[in-house]
Design a protein around this ligand. Structure first.
Ligand code: ATP
Ligand code: MG
Length: 411
């Protein structure tokens, strides 16, 4: 039998960490809903091709990180490593092209076979959004503004910087690719094995390598900015001016590319220096070729996704649990009445901790541990007189009231 423990790189999320993660997702949802995004839930597994054909043959995800398996019917399936491919698959298979633009957001687990370390898990949670059907740079501005507002609503603008770059349109990317390949060929011997291989298949990927030897070569590689054609430059300037106009500060990072193949024009990341090597908390970009590549017609897309665990780690405090009312029966014969009172209070909207066992002293200690602000104490004698005792646990004051006045008293 397998050992009774979690799989490497997976974590149980509970207590404060779970509360932080919930806050990140709730804040994200509330933020993007203001921009008209609606939640979508796609399956956590898809046909393997949905990812293998669209994320790029040489991407880290496709070459070494996917959890693929054959199901009992012989189909090759993959646990989703990211959200965009599944959402675009759904956009196409559900025929959503009829009603553009489409604005969707999602939250849920993603799976990548990576080397586990701080901020890098094999199952992790992403919150992300996709805007389909808008070609103009206004979409890029709005999506980055939305990401910025999201971290602002989490109180994290002080810890996070917006980095942005443009990969340009197809023509610009081809120009750049040619320049990059001839540059990388000069340093061929210094590149990692992966990068030597990528040089032929997908040289842009070399820019995103995490190997030190590649980084050294990449440091002096030609800059994307010098290969952008007029059209791409104009697009990028509009995005940058738009952000400035909204008061959002950013840093143009000429080295920023993204790990997946489907990006064009704007790519951006929200980065922090507080999480060591895993400093990217949110990442996104424009993917104008993806829908077409997946067979859904020439429709633009742009989106971003954040690592919920990484953002959670930046939050100072977990949201506090609401302080409950403690309902404390004293003596066997008052148990059922206490249960009934607790039920009534909860239905009136209160958080209630019902005490199950122990003498009065023990029950009071438990009530304090639960951070209750008020105790409703029900003794046999009082019950006979249809009364209960209310004790303010912060001030220590108490009074006896008629049972019928309880709900009114507490409001
Ligand atoms: P990295 O460069 O850190 O590997 P990535 O480019 O692979 O990130 P994306 O595919 O852009 O990451 O995913 C978006 C976000 O999801 C990342 O910015 C990060 O916050 C989070 N993320 C990605 N992989 C993991 C992981 N294995 N564990 C935890 N969070 C992750
Ligand atoms: Mg990665």
């Amino acid at each position: 039998m397998a050992k009774i423990q979690n799989v490497r790189g997976t974590y149980d999320l509970y207590g404060e960490a779970k509360r932080k993660a919930k806050k990140v997702i709730a804040t994200g949802s509330a933020t993007v809903e203001k921009y008209g995004f609606e939640e979508i839930e796609t399956p956590i597994f898809e046909f393997t091709e949905v990812f293998s054909r669209n994320l790029g043959d040489t991407s880290d995800i496709v070459t070494k990180e996917m959890y693929c398996f054959e199901d009992r019917g012989g189909e090759s399936l993959t646990l989703r490593p990211e959200g965009t491919a599944g959402v675009v698959r759904s956009f196409i298979s559900e025929g959503m092209q009829q009603n553009l633009p489409v604005k969707l957001y999602y939250a849920g687990p993603m799976f990548r076979y990576e080397r586990p370390q701080k901020g890098r898990q094999r199952q992790f949670t992403q919150f992300g959004c996709e805007l389909l059907g808008v070609e103009t740079p206004q979409a890029d501005i709005e999506l980055i503004a939305m990401a910025y507002e999201f971290v602002e609503n989490l109180g994290l603008t002080g810890s996070v910087t917006v980095e942005i770059n443009s990969l340009g349109d197809k023509e610009s990317r081809d120009t750049y690719r040619t320049k990059l390949v001839s540059y990388l060929r000069e340093y061929y011997d210094e590149l990692s094995e992966d990068s030597k291989n990528r040089l032929e298949k997908n040289p842009l990927r070399v820019l995103d390598s995490k190997e030190e030897c590649d980084k050294a070569v990449v440091a002096n590689a030609p800059l994307y900015a010098d290969s952008l054609n007029e059209n791409s430059k104009k697009f990028f300037d509009t995005v940058l001016n738009g952000l400035s106009d909204l008061g959002i500060s950013y840093r143009v990072n000429n080295r920023l590319v993204r790990g997946l193949d489907y990006y064009s024009h704007t790519v951006f990341e929200l980065v922090t220096d507080k999480l060591g090597a895993q400093g990217t908390v949110l990442a996104g970009g424009r993917y104008d070729g993806l829908v077409e590549q997946m067979g859904g017609g020439n429709i633009s897309g742009i989106g971003w996704a954040c690592g919920v665990e990484r953002l959670s780690m930046l939050l100072d405090a977990a949201p506090a649990l609401p302080r409950p009312i403690a309902v404390i029966p004293v003596g066997e014969d008052t148990q059922q009445v206490a249960l009934k009172i607790a039920y009534k209070l909860r239905r009136a909207g209160h958080h209630v901790e019902l005490s199950y066992s122990g003498n009065l002293k023990k029950r009071m200690i438990k009530a304090n541990k639960a951070n209750a602000y008020l105790a409703v104490i029900i003794g046999s004698d009082e019950l006979a007189a249809e009364q209960v005792t209310l004790k303010d646990l912060d001030k220590g004051e108490q009074k006896t009231i008629a049972l019928t006045d309880l709900i009114k008293e507490i409001k």
